[in-house]
Design a protein around this ligand. Structure first.
Ligand SMILES: [Zn+2]
Length: 235
């Protein structure tokens, strides 16, 4: 069930039935020279929709913007601050809770530390204020690594690499350009620099050339299955 197509009456019925809600979170962020800026949003939305084929859950419209750090100066990345994202997440949870929804999953297609911390902090504040709430904050990349390790040729794959390129080849093949070569960020350990793009010019973390669409399909299916189990467990 996609919230964007539901009516007020549909929502009333599902709230009474105790149906849980997934809110996908994405980013507008560079994904190398070959993937579109909304890659995280598209993946999180697709995995959430496929989870909804397995378990009864409402999928809310995605939050298209997130917090991006080391990609912030690459062309096209548009970032929120951690404070803003925390407020957005808190307001969305509070609004669903106000309508009587008790089980809410924030599902992020982006794995950045500040981004994930903002979502988790918002959820912690909400659950502290309303102990009836059952909240989960799930990072899509963590799920993928848990369920798809056997498929991946690139052990340290992350951003715009084998995983994301494979998934986008499956989900949105027309949006995928020529995959660039393997790359990893070379940021000096622990330093906070004003020009992270100079240490990571291509914006890839992993190996896009190890990607293929069939691998992408399996990763999407397995992560959807894992997400549906998390929804079921949120009792
Ligand atoms: Zn991504």
């Amino acid at each position: 069930m996609e919230l964007m197509w539901m009516t007020m009456e549909d929502v009333r019925k599902e709230q009474k039935a105790g149906t849980p809600v997934i809110v996908p979170f994405g980013t507008v962020e560079q994904h190398g020279s070959h993937l579109p800026l909304s890659t995280d949003t598209l993946q999180a939305s697709a995995v959430a929709s496929k989870a909804a084929e397995r378990v009864k859950v409402i999928v809310a419209p995605p939050v298209h913007y997130g917090q991006c750090s080391s990609t912030r100066n690459h062309p096209g990345t548009v970032t929120l601050s951690g404070d803003t994202l925390r407020s957005v997440a808190r307001d969305i949870i509070t609004s669903f809770a106000g309508h009587g929804f008790r089980r809410i999953i924030l599902f992020s297609g982006h794995a950045g530390r500040i981004h994930m911390a903002a979502l988790r902090e918002a959820a912690e504040a909400c659950v502290q204020a309303n102990r009836d709430l059952k909240l989960a904050v799930i990072c899509d990349l963590d799920l993928v690594k848990e369920v798809s390790g056997d498929l991946l040729a690139t052990p340290r794959d992350g951003h715009a690499g084998e995983i994301e390129t494979s998934r986008m080849m499956y989900l949105h093949p027309d949006s995928v350009g020529e995959p660039p070569g393997e790359e990893y960020p070379q940021l000096p350990a622990g330093q906070v620099v004003p020009d992270p793009e100079n240490y990571w010019p291509g914006g890839v973390w992993g190996n896009p050339r190890a990607a293929d669409a069939e691998k992408g399909r399996i990763i999407v299916e397995r992560s959807a299955e894992a997400l549906s189990k998390i929804v079921e467990a949120l009792k």
